[in-house]
Design a protein around this ligand. Structure first.
Ligand SMILES: [Zn+2]
Length: 327
């Protein structure tokens, strides 16, 4: 079923903990139809498979195509993964373990299916079709609940010996710093993710400090929405401004250090927090990156926001499928 060279469209699926985004993509770049569904994560693996199949069929219908018209399927998923066998080893967000995602979708749709890390498909989408077009050496960071990253060197994704390269959220920026979800302390993710910002805001609220975010931060889960944070910043809320500046500063320190190590042409910053806060956030991060980078004649290293938004994942997943199943 693979090895087709007939230019048929492919399917890109971006499987997240809360939503499944699917797009039918022609010519490796044009979205012909799409679908968006909630992820039934609490119902487990079988429910997720059923939802993905329904999402693919819905996107096909929206593009006026059927299953026979596509060459293959690419899926981006949280991990860790075994990309060779297409298995999600485990994911707390999806509530699965040893989940044979790609083989099952392949069997149910009848098309070859590949699996790739969700952050990597987003980074690849930006590289080929978004803010990274025209560059070969790219550092991409996605700031949301956590911080994911993707490093592209000489036009290729750096996989690393274990297949897990690019976890830039877990660079330790401060010994004995705040607790990170990974178990270590002081990681960049523990300073600059939405989770980290929310934790600091909650602390301020508990101290009795006045902030527009007092009614927005969930007192139990400690969560905050990127949109609420952005609204508070736009209204010049002092706590929101202080915490966003702090998060941007630490992000800039970590990314600046990585620029010193890898020497990319461009740093792309994306993810839900970046999208909500917009250019002012990227400006703050860029300022710290510039201060941290040792050698940057004429400020030639670019620091730019991601440009594809939610489409980065489906387009990147489709590009992987396009290259694998059309080559
Ligand atoms: Zn960590």
């Amino acid at each position: 079923m693979s090895g087709q060279t007939d230019g048929r469209p492919v399917v890109g699926v971006d499987l997240g903990g809360t939503k499944i985004l699917t797009a039918i993509v022609g010519d490796g770049k044009t979205i012909l139809g799409r679908s968006k569904k909630p992820t039934p994560a609490k119902d487990g693996a079988e429910a997720i498979l059923v939802a993905i199949v329904a999402s693919i069929d819905e996107a096909l219908a929206a593009s006026g195509l059927n299953r026979d018209d596509v060459a293959g399927i690419g899926i981006g998923s949280p991990g860790p993964l075994d990309v060779d066998t297409g298995v999600v080893l485990f994911s707390a967000n999806l509530n699965v373990r040893d989940f044979p995602l790609a083989p099952e979708i392949s069997k149910r749709i009848g098309k070859p299916t590949l699996l790739q890390n969700d952050v990597r498909v987003g980074g690849y989408g930006e590289f080929r079709l978004g803010a990274g077009q025209g560059y070969k050496n790219i550092l991409a960071a996605f700031v949301g609940t956590g911080i994911g990253g993707c490093l592209i060197f000489d036009g290729k994704i750096v996989e690393g010996a274990t297949g897990n390269a690019g976890e830039l959220g877990h660079i330790v920026l401060k010994v004995g710093g705040p607790q990170c979800n990974c178990g270590n302390r002081g990681c960049m993710e523990a300073f600059s993710s939405r989770t980290a910002i929310a934790r600091r805001v909650l602390k301020e609220v508990r101290k009795g400090h006045s902030t527009l975010l007092a009614s927005k931060v969930d007192k139990k889960s400690g969560r905050i929405k990127s949109g609420d944070l952005a609204a508070a910043v736009a209204a010049n809320d002092p706590i929101a401004l202080k915490e966003v500046h702090r998060a941007a500063h630490y992000l800039g320190l970590g990314l600046g250090g990585l620029v010193n190590v890898f020497g990319p042409e461009i740093v792309i910053i994306g993810g839900g927090v970046t999208e909500a806060l917009g250019a002012p956030f990227v400006d703050l991060v860029r300022t710290t990156i510039r201060k941290t980078v040792l050698v940057d004649p004429n400020e030639q290293i670019k620091v730019e926001p991601a440009s594809l938004g939610d489409d980065a994942g489906v387009l990147g997943a489709a590009l992987f499928a396009h290259e694998r199943f059309q080559a």
